[in-house]
Design a protein around this ligand. Structure first.
Ligand code: G1P
Length: 298
């Protein structure tokens, strides 16, 4: 019997150097798309997928992230006094049930695999999800929910997958496909950040995973991989072809934004801004005007 996935790990220990100087004092996961921090998008997606326990792997300098999930009685009472019920509702989405959220420190930046492994005692012996908040995915059905539904059929290990331009494989884990069944592929190999010439395909791993606890055991024995780091990709790859495991790639429906890069963050800001009823008209008028000006200047 396949177990329900109720725990998710959020690796948020990275220093976010690509966003310096902002990340000197603000954790990258608190950076805001329209009016919600990146981490809120990840939490909402996890909740929609049925996740009940949220495990953050943090590091020094991330206390703003922990504070974000605290209740704010003073703010709430002020809003209540002023009758701002809509804002009170917005705040409610940031409240977490007591005991539902845990923070573990990753003392050394040894890689994504190591970060996830830091949460092993909280995960125990059950399947779990991993969400990389840098990857923001817009879709009618949230990506992790799609994966949980697919996982109910397959079991094993599942990674979100997306075709990327061939020259970009070096930024991703890349899948070697055994059988292509459309939205699902079975995997016969996985390579972390291959050069385009060495990449087995252009089907890349995106930051959503459903994993068996065996992957954690694999990390315990892991050696350093690409970039001298302990890679999650390598630990998952060890499960390929195992009878009780196997690895599947899931081509999700939705648009993924790489909010770990400046260009991706800006694109997400535009897309999420245009998706908002309260902003669309003004924002799209502005964008149209900007594009016209740019074109005229060329
Ligand atoms: C991580 C993973 C990589 C995956 C990527 C998706 O890399 O190691 O396999 O393709 O996330 O965003 P990172 O972007 O942290 O270097």
């Amino acid at each position: 019997m396949k177990r329900k996935v109720t725990k998710a790990v959020f690796p948020v220990a990275g220093m976010g150097t690509r966003f310096l100087p902002a990340t000197k004092s603000v954790p990258k996961e608190i950076m805001t798309l329209v009016d919600r921090p990146l981490i809120q998008y990840a939490i909402d997606e996890a909740r929609a997928a049925g996740i009940k326990e949220f495990i953050f792997v943090t590091a020094k300098g991330k206390s703003a992230l922990e504070d974000y999930f605290d209740c704010s009685p003073h703010l709430e009472s002020e809003l209540r006094k002023k009758g701002k019920t809509d804002l009170l509702e917005t705040l409610k989405a940031t409240n977490m049930d007591s005991g539902a959220i845990a923070y573990i420190r990753q003392q050394k930046a040894l890689g994504l695999g190591h970060a996830v492994w830091c949460a092993r005692r909280l995960i125990g012996n059950e399947p779990f999800a991993v969400i990389l908040p840098d990857d923001v995915i817009a879709g009618e059905t949230p990506c992790l929910q799609q994966m949980v539904e697919a996982y109910a059929e397959t079991g094993g290990n599942m990674v979100a997958a997306m075709e990327v331009p061939h020259e970009k494989t070096k930024a991703y884990g890349v899948l070697d496909v055994q059988d292509d069944m459309g939205s699902m592929v079975s995997v016969k190999g996985m390579v972390e950040k291959p050069e385009p010439d060495d990449a087995p395909s252009n089907l890349a791993v995106i930051g959503r995973y459903i994993l068996t606890p065996k992957v954690l055991q694999n990390i315990s024995k892991a050696k350093k991989g690409a970039g001298g780091e302990i890679q999650l990709t390598d630990a998952i790859a060890e499960e390929i072809g195992k009878e009780d495991g196997g690895v599947y790639g899931y081509r999700f429906r939705g648009q993924r934004f790489d909010c770990g890069s400046k260009a991706g963050f800006l694109q997400a800001t535009v897309a999420f801004g245009l998706a908002r009823d309260d902003l669309r008209d003004e924002f799209s008028d502005y964008l149209t005007e900007m594009v016209a000006l740019q074109n005229a200047a060329q």
